[in-house]
Design a protein around this ligand. Structure first.
Ligand code: GTP
Length: 397
């Protein structure tokens, strides 16, 4: 008798997610929409699929449950009917909000911080990035420990790990605090090692690429150094600082790529990634890359400048590179009289130049448009610095 085989689908099922955000009066609808689009991109980068978005306008997020009771019921009904795997909130939830929401919705609950940490964990490659992510994860976990202890106990081998007179939670708190202290020590040692490495690289002029995530920094680094840097249309493809020696017309300098910036970055993450930004802090010149095809690129510029200000790097000589001009879409705005105003690329360029004195280049790394102009500008700035540093030996390598 012929055997009948049943085909079994072995491909892992993509997890589905509902996104939830609160729109407060201090942000415009456009910004609220932009945050959601960004969250959806984060979800995709993490490997899940967004199936529904819930938003609620509130003066501020509800203290106990982030959104109101009615909205929570709506979310629960939808999640149950459609069997959605997880609900993701667009802000960092407090430990008690997380507990309350979990009790109500009985599903996996994540927040923006969680999601970013997860993506960072996947992308971390060097010891430094891995240590930084682990530290941030533990700092996130510590105040939310109540529901996590069983997991930790299991990880540590369960019974027998407890100190004298400690409850399980206390044991886990101790485990976490010990681990946090250990990771901080490890990071300090790595930082020291990196500082020595930076010193040993000699006195070449140092240029750092900075910018919002996914703007094309790695593509530009590649283009200039012909290095094979990992490029992907995902957020935070670059977590580790990459440094390349670049030579333009006999002029050598160092070029580094750093972690992309993002709004609403979890506080712990900013803290633990501060040392990654040493490369930026110690650079002589910054190349601030902007994705001009993004509808909120001006907001991104502000977010990056705020971080630069935080690390005292805002006053460094900077070239602003408006990348992706091939994909620029003229912005249409309605003015106070109800008239539509279209900002063309040329129009924006003119108004930017009128307001800013530092060099700005409009280019497309993909189509190689205006690359020579960019190289020339970079050469001019770096060579001036190089010559000032080595007045008697211009061609020092
Ligand atoms: N249309 C267009 N896309 C570009 C251009 N330059 C880069 N990209 C695309 O933008 C995406 C992100 O590029 P990356 O170079 O990885 O960006 P990044 O800023 O290093 O990203 P992070 O490491 O995530 O911060 C990729 O899909 C690139 O192919 C450009 O000039 N035009």
């Amino acid at each position: 008798m012929a055997k009948r085989f049943k085909l079994i689908d072995t491909a892992p099922k993509q997890e589905t997610a509902i996104l939830v955000s609160v729109v407060t009066p201090d942000i415009t609808d456009q910004i609220a929409q932009d945050y959601l689009t960004e969250l959806e991109f984060l979800v995709r980068t993490a490997g899940a699929q967004t199936v529904k978005v819930f938003t609620q306008k509130l003066p501020k997020p509800e203290h106990a449950t982030f959104v109101g009771k009615g909205k929570l019921d709506e979310i629960r009904e939808y999640a149950e009917a459609e069997e959605v795997d997880m609900i993701i909130f667009d802000d960092e939830l407090t430990p008690s909000q997380l507990r309350n929401i979990e009790r109500e919705l009985k599903r996996k609950i994540l927040d923006r911080s969680n999601l970013i940490l997860d993506i960072f964990a996947k992308h971390a490659k060097t010891a430094q990035a891995k240590t930084q992510v682990e530290l941030a994860q533990l700092q996130y976990l510590y105040p939310r420990l109540t529901r996590m202890w069983t997991h930790l106990e299991r990880q540590r081998g369960g019974i027998g790990m407890r100190g004298p007179g400690e409850t399980q939670i206390e044991t886990d708190r101790r485990i976490i605090l010990d681990k946090i202290a250990l990771l901080k020590e490890k990071l300090k040692a790595i930082d020291k090692q990196n500082a020595t490495q930076r010193k040993n690289r000699g006195e070449l002029i140092r240029v750092a690429l900075v910018g919002y995530t996914n703007v094309g920094k790695s593509t530009i680094l590649n283009m200039l150094s012909k290095a094979d840097v990992y490029i992907e249309n995902k957020l935070f493809a670059t977590l580790d600082t990459t440094v390349r020696k670049v030579v333009i017309d006999n002029l050598p300098f160092l070029l580094s790529d750093t972690v992309g910036f993002i709004r609403k970055l979890p506080h712990h993450l900013v803290e633990s990634f501060k040392s990654t930004l040493d490369e930026v802090r110690e650079a002589d010149v910054l190349i601030h890359v902007v994705d001009i095809s993004h509808p909120s690129f001006e907001d991104h510029i502000r977010a990056v400048n705020e971080t630069l200000k935080d690390i005292n790097a805002l006053d460094k000589p900077t070239i602003t590179v408006f990348n992706k001009i091939d994909a620029y879409k003229p912005a249409v705005e309605v003015d106070d009289n109800g008239e539509e105003r279209t900002t063309t690329l040329e129009g924006f360029q003119k108004s930017w130049m009128a307001k800013n004195s530092s060099p700005a280049i409009f280019l497309s790394a993909t189509n190689k448009t205006n690359i020579d102009e960019f190289r020339d500008t970079l050469y001019e700035i770096v060579s001036k610095m190089h010559n000032a540093r080595y007045p008697y030996n211009n061609l020092l390598y």
